[in-house]
Structures are given as C-alpha cells and as structure tokens.
Design a protein around this ligand. Structure first.
Ligand code: ADP
Length: 542
C-alpha cells in the first residue's frame, strides 16, 4: 500500500522561491571583484534569477545543456546557481586556479555552451578562447561599464545587460527531481579531472542535512559567509542551505586575505563562516598581529584538509569561537561528517574533549560509512583499527560524468581514497590518503599523524611525511619540514621532540629541512610530486 502524501519533486527553484516568500527582505551582500560592495535581498535575487532564466531561454539554452562559470562568490554567481539549474540546465562551476590546459579540458569534456566569468579572469579567458571553439558566447559578470575591452573574446556580453534586458515574469518548470542540476570536476592529483554530476534531489537532501544542528547548524538568525569558493563543490552546499533557512548571505568576492575577511565579518555581523585551514591561518595571523577580536562569529567550519589541533584550541580558548571540523569530498556534495559533541561528552575535561574535536566527525544522517582492510573485510569501529573508508548515500556519486571506466563503486559503496578509524560513538578520523599511507613491513603507518605531531613543534611551519623505499621494510617514513622564519631546530631536536609521542616504529627514519612544499590548486600537499622528488633518497637506515 502506498502512502497518501503529495508527490512533489525536490526542486532547486523551490529553495529560492521559499527564500523570497518567507525571507524576502533577508540580505545578500557581495564584495565585487570590480570593486565596491553590492547589497540586495532574496527577493531581488529571485527576481534576477527569473530574468536570467528568460535570458537563457532566449539564448537557446535547453534542459540538460551545460553552462560554465569561472567566478568568485558574488550575488551574480548566486543568481546563476538558481537561474541555470532552475530551467533544468546544468550549472558547471569551474575552478579558475587549475592550470589553463586542465580548464580547457574540463570545458570541452563538459561541452559547455556558454561561459560566465568574472572580469578578473579576462586574461585567462583570452587564453582559453582558441582551445574552446564550441563555446557559443562568453558572458562577463559585470555591468556595461566594466565590460572588458578585448578583441580576442568572440560573442562577449555583459551579464547585467543580458539580465536587465529580460522580463522577470517566469514560472519555474517542474520536472523529475533526479534531473542533473550542477557539475563540478574533482581537482585530481593524477590523471584527468573527473566530473561529478549532482541532481536536484541530491542537492536538496544535502541542503537539509547540512542545515541540521549537528551539521552546520544554520538558521534564519545567521549571517553566513562562505570563504570556500562557489567553484569548489558548490561552496560546500551553502548557497542552497542559506536559501533553505533564510540566513543572511555574505560573499567575499576575490578578497580572501585576513584583513578583507575581518572587515566583512565585522561589517556584516557574520556568525558562521566556512573554509580550508590555510584561510583560517591567514585570519588568525591578522587577528593576532593587530590585536583584533571577532565580535559576532560563533562558528568557523573547517574542512578540505585536517584542521590543526592547535588552531582549534586557539580559536576556542582565545577567541571564544567554535571550530566545526567537517569532512567530505566533491563526490559527496561534499558533506560526509561534522564534528559536534554528544550529550555525554559535555561534562568531559578540556583535554578529553580536544581528543574528540580533532577527529573529522560523525556522519550526517543519509551518509553510511564503513572501513575495510586490504581484502575488503569490514574492520571494527573501535577507534583503533584503520582501513579504507567507504561511503554510500543519496548525495554520493555513483558514476562520473561521461565516464568510460565503468562505475567507481565497490559492491555499491564509494571508495573515498581516505584511510580512517571509526570509534564506538561513530566519530571518524582520517589517518591518511590510501595512496599516501606508508607501508612498512606489511603494516600501515599514518603520514598524517606524524605530520600533526611535527607541526606541534614551535619552530615548524609546515611538515610533510612520505614513504621512501627501504631495502628491508619496503618503505619507511621521511619527514620534510619548513622552519618558521627566524626559528631553528635540528634534526636531532626534532626526533627528540617526537620520541615517545608515537609508536617507535612510526618514527621517521630521517628529517630533511626544505624551503617549500608543493601544493595542489586547492592547497593540499602534493605528495605525488614529493615522492617523485625523493624517489632516490637514501635513508640513513637503508
Ligand atoms: P574538496 O575539494 O572539498 O577538498 P576533494 O574532493 O578535492 O574535496 O578532496 C576530498 C579529500 O580532501 C578527502 O577525501 C580528504 O582526503 C580530504 N579532506 C577533506 N576534508 C578533510 C578533513 N576535515 N580532514 C582531513 N582531510 C580532509
């Protein structure tokens, strides 16, 4: 027997309709790449999204067509999220920090019809034009006055002209909730980027889960500033979750340095922000150097890489700000876990709570997780056993866009490529990437644990641990360190500092001081490069 409830598809257009209807005067504020602050409301954003929908129809954009964006977080990008997906087309956000060849590959692979770009990327667009012959038009995200003067970009138009020349009378169509809504390519440290194709249904379910109190805890009383870019897994889904809750939305444009963020945080009374650890390091340095305090921020969401324990503690103890450690990936829309306490943890000592806080967190309802050994056998959730982390759920990818390699799934589970423990309470902790784990004499050593320990030394700015070939043990850990300016530490002092804090057989066989470490376009350590650089390194123990 079927239930008798209404069968209404989960549509992205309903989010902006809802925000307009019930939070129409809530503000959306953007720092514009061309300068100045732009301020309007959900009501205005909905109106402009409808104008954009008419404009896209006028350009001949149909359901399923892909529209690319190379853009910062601004109100225009926000309108594109809703206008493009709303008509049934696919909003394809592209990471401008990738190499131009990768960007051209992605645009061609996605078969984008139009590219909407911020004028700060004009030189990049000029370089892309010859490699993307099928693009029908290039839309600069600006008003008429800022249209780039370029004769190298064919069919160039100003976004505001395009939008303003169309009516705002538009009824959002209703269609199958499994229709593709947006597309984001993984940055991928090896091989070509792979396209993750989200649907209206997956986006809505993710938006609900993210807003929950043990998710990001969003409400109509929040002022939310995503530092995480809208070209990076839909800014972790925040544009959708704020529309769902009616939170004020503040977008930083291209100003991601500590000083610019601080100014916006204070001016717009931001309560919650989200970004990768490097961003918060920059902010922290700015606060400390200028003896500043954040007067309204209650939560900083940190994800993308492990939040350093020292940073979590500093924000908490010195600034009264909760760091919400979250984990996910492009293939997961991206949220998988968030780290919040349970009732029974509230009475714990600060030290015991710290031990929980450094973990990546508990799964949001909708995400299932398990860890398996090399043979695919499930491992216990005891907080000690670590193995490959597999996930499933309605906002997790089952196949890559136009992939010819078959499904990535293993028995209907998605292999995350992370190695993790899960404890009795469901808290997951990443110990490594599958390909970065060091295999010493058949046992696994977590490079991340050693790195976390190394950066706790006051003279260490950044650390990386890689496995280096060893004749007896196959691989042994090598620790690479960038020292802080004007600080010194020797190899022996470093090893002495670490001794006793990790298992003896996890201790690095050598320490090398370097001036820099390679990173990916999204700021993660590029260990493939490091392993290449040190492939012939001779350990003293070898
Ligand atoms: P994103 O672009 O959002 O970082 P990617 O798909 O590029 O997502 O990368 C996902 C990977 O980033 C994860 O598989 C994991 O290795 C790493 N990651 C994400 N969040 C965390 C975290 N909180 N702690 C440690 N690693 C993380």
């Amino acid at each position: 027997m079927l239930g008798l409830m209404m069968n209404m598809p989960l549509m992205i257009s309903n989010l902006i309709k809802h925000a307009d209807a019930y939070h129409g005067d809530a503000e959306i504020v953007s720092r514009l790449p061309e300068g100045g602050i732009h301020r309007y409301t959900y009501h205005d954003a909905h109106r402009r999204s409808r104008q954009l929908a008419n404009a896209l129809n006028g350009l001949g954009v149909k359901m399923g067509d892909r529209i690319g964006t190379l853009a910062w977080n601004t109100h225009r990008h926000f309108e594109i999220y809703f206008g493009v997906s709303g008509i049934g087309a696919v909003c394809h956000t592209i990471n401008p920090r990738l190499f131009p060849e990768q960007i051209a590959y992605i645009i061609n692979h996605a078969e984008d019809d139009y590219i909407f770009f911020d004028i700060t990327f004009t030189a990049l667009i000029e370089a892309l034009v010859p490699h993307c012959p099928h693009i029908k038009g290039w839309v600069a995200l600006c008003g008429h006055g800022h249209l780039p003067k370029s004769d190298k970009i064919p069919n160039l138009m100003a976004y505001d002209d395009l939008v303003n020349s169309h009516s705002d009378i538009y009824e959002w169509p209703e269609f199958d909730e499994n229709t593709a809504s947006s597309l984001c390519y993984t940055s991928g440290t090896t091989g070509n980027p792979k396209g993750v194709l989200y649907s209206h249904r997956s986006t809505l379910l993710h938006a609900y889960a993210a807003a929950l109190p043990d998710g990001l805890n969003l409400s109509a009383r929040d002022s939310v500033l995503p530092v995480v870019p809208m070209f990076h897994v839909n800014a972790w889904g925040l544009p959708y979750s704020v529309a769902l809750t009616g939170a004020k939305f503040v977008m930083p444009g291209a100003g991601l340095d500590g000083a610019s963020l601080y100014e916006l945080f204070e001016q717009e009374k931001v309560t919650l922000s989200a970004g990768v650890p490097t961003i918060w390091l920059g902010l922290l340095q700015h606060l400390q150097a200028n003896k500043l305090r954040l007067s309204t921020v209650r939560t900083l969401v940190i994800g993308g890489s492990a939040a350093p324990p020292a940073m979590i503690r500093t924000f908490d103890e010195q600034y009264g700000i909760t760091v919400l450690h979250a984990w996910g990936m492009t293939e997961m829309s991206p949220l998988g876990t968030a780290n919040t306490f349970k009732l029974k943890h509230l009475g714990l000592s600060a030290a015991d709570r710290d031990k929980i806080r450094v973990k990546q967190g508990r799964p949001l309802y909708g995400v299932q997780m398990k860890i398996v050994d090399g043979e695919g056998k499930s491992l216990p959730h005891d907080g000690k056993a670590f193995g490959d982390l597999l996930v499933r759920g309605p906002w997790i990818t089952r196949s890559y866009f136009k992939s010819t390699d078959g499904s990535p799934l293993v028995d209907s589970w998605f292999p995350t490529g992370d190695v993790a423990t899960i404890d009795e309470d469901g808290y997951m902790q990443i110990t490594d990437r599958s390909k970065d784990v060091i295999k010493s004499g058949g046992e696994w050593i977590s490079s991340i644990d050693i790195e976390n320990l190394a950066v706790a030394h006051p003279a260490v700015m950044e650390a990386a641990v890689i496995g280096v070939v060893h004749p007896k043990w196959d691989e042994r850990p090598l620790l690479l360190i960038i020292k802080k300016k004007d600080m010194n530490v020797t190899r022996e002092e470093m090893l002495e500092f670490m001794s006793g804090k990790i298992a003896k057989w996890w201790m690095p066989d050598d320490v090398v001081f370097v001036d820099s470490l390679p990173h990916t376009a999204t700021g993660k350590l590029l260990k493939t490069k490091l392993r290449e650089d040190f492939q012939n390194y001779k350990l003293p123990t070898a």
